[in-house]
Design a protein around this ligand. Structure first.
Ligand code: NDP
Ligand code: MG
Length: 379
């Protein structure tokens, strides 16, 4: 007897990861059904997705002018989607801190969260861990680096692992001189060399704040200390990360730069499936594969994020919120590219020791950090 398809909720179904996930689910109807979809405000695309996939639950945060009587509205719709009885796996592909309550609710309800929304784990790693233990849920990463590490660690003993090396594409400014970086435009920052992603993460890749978020994410997911997590630049984005064992042997996971595979793997882990539609791997076609040191002095967001991770408490949440706010101001044309790490650094200096023990304390620190950055730039 074959099992019934498992119901998947896609939070952020209208985004880059959300639409990728729908393509993946469409290819595997015997395994998965689309049980719930949510968006922020893109009702036109959401409507199209609802017509195509017939989910049991539809939610939109800002409904705008259109009226859909059966759709849930407001920020609470994410948690309602997660708790729907038809949902057994939640793909959290919302961008930013807005995904936190949904992640907590899902793991408390004993469900799997395929987590693209790394900001959730960065701001509240210990709380998410507690909620998993209390409710029996689990987090499986969608991020390609963490998916790679999860695959490399399978079946290893923790004491045999020496360190993780996360790869970073280096973003569009990898080779730009330091002075030019200060005044890079929004259009420059949105030209990512290897990945097509939402605007916020694309800017994060350009500042390397994304890699800082990923180091913190790796710390919480895999339980390694910050001294055991390093970053190397790998412009081709083919080696998704490395795991070095205590004897010096190094494992890596490779693949063409497509998010379809990590999305699918987060849903099926530890199982693997046929017919992924991913193009065949040809190392000659993908060569050469090169590696470089990170220019940490020129991309201070990476160091700032790792320092915030080490500091713990509310510091990672302050880092994340200051970054989200600064990126939004940059995308609005109100601050310069070089102001993003300046805003983060000042917010951490002022608020990094805030209380971070509860969800409410973290959300308060998040709100204060956003206000701090707006006031700093008089926006
Ligand atoms: P997008 O901006 O493309 O999509 C974001 C999605 O979230 C959209 O569906 C959007 O709805 C919805 N959304 C935005 N704000 C809110 C909110 N406040 N409340 C509820 N829903 C909201 O982002 P990506 O798909 O690129 O990224 C999503 C997450 O995945 C991020 O955390 C990112 O870091 C992570 N990630 C992304 C990768 C990628 O390749 N894109 C790779 C690895 C991780 P609407 O369309 O209506 O605005
Ligand atoms: Mg990544």
């Amino acid at each position: 007897m074959t099992a019934a398809p498992r119901g998947v909720a896609i939070l952020g179904s209208t985004g880059s990861i959300g639409t990728t996930a729908l393509r993946v689910l469409q290819r595997h109807p015997e395994r998965f059904s689309v049980a719930a979809l949510t968006a922020f405000s893109n009702s036109a695309l959401l409507e199209e997705q609802v017509r195509q996939f017939h989910p049991s639950f539809v939610g939109i945060v800002q409904n705008g002018a259109s009226t859909h009587e059966t759709w849930a509205c407001g920020a609470e719709c994410l948690v309602k989607a997660v708790e729907h009885p038809d949902v057994s796996i939640v793909l959290n592909a919302v961008v930013g801190a807005a995904g936190l309550d949904a992640t907590l609710a899902a793991v408390r309800a004993g469900k799997r969260v395929a987590l693209a929304n790394k900001e959730t784990l960065v701001m509240a790693g210990p709380l998410v861990g507690e909620a998993c233990r209390a409710g029996g849920g689990e987090i499986v990463p969608v991020d390609s680096e963490h998916s790679a590490i999860l695959q490399c660690l399978a079946g290893r003993r923790p004491e045999d692992v020496r360190r993780l090396v996360l790869t970073a594409s280096g973003g569009p400014f990898r080779a730009w001189p330091r002075e030019r970086l200060q005044t890079a435009t929004v259009a420059d920052a949105l030209q990512h060399p290897t990945w097509r992603m939402g605007r916020k993460i694309t800017v994060d890749s350009a500042t390397l704040a994304n890699k800082a978020l990923e180091v913190i994410e790796a710390h919480f997911l895999f339980g390694l200390s910050y001294d055991q997590i390093e970053v190397v630049v790998h412009p081709q984005s083919v080696v998704h990360s490395f795991v070095e064992m205590v004897d010096g042997s190094v494992l890596a996971q490779l693949g063409v730069p497509s998010m379809e595979l990590p999305v699918l793997y987060a849903l099926t882990h530890p199982e693997r499936v046929h017919d992924t539609g991913v193009p065949p791997f040809d190392p000659v076609e993908l060569s050469p594969l090169t590696f470089e040191r990170v220019r940490s002095a020129d991309f201070p967001a990476l160091r700032l994020g790792i320092e915030a991770g080490r500091r713990g408490g509310a510091a990672p949440a302050v880092f994340n919120a200051a970054n989200e706010q600064a990126v939004a101001l940059f995308l609005d044309g109100r601050i310069r590219f070089g102001d993003i790490p300046r805003g983060i650094e000042a917010a951490l200096a002022a608020l990094g020791d805030a209380d971070g023990r509860t969800r409410d304390a973290l959300l308060a620190a998040d709100e204060r950090a956003r206000r701090f950055v707006r006031e700093m730039f008089a926006c």
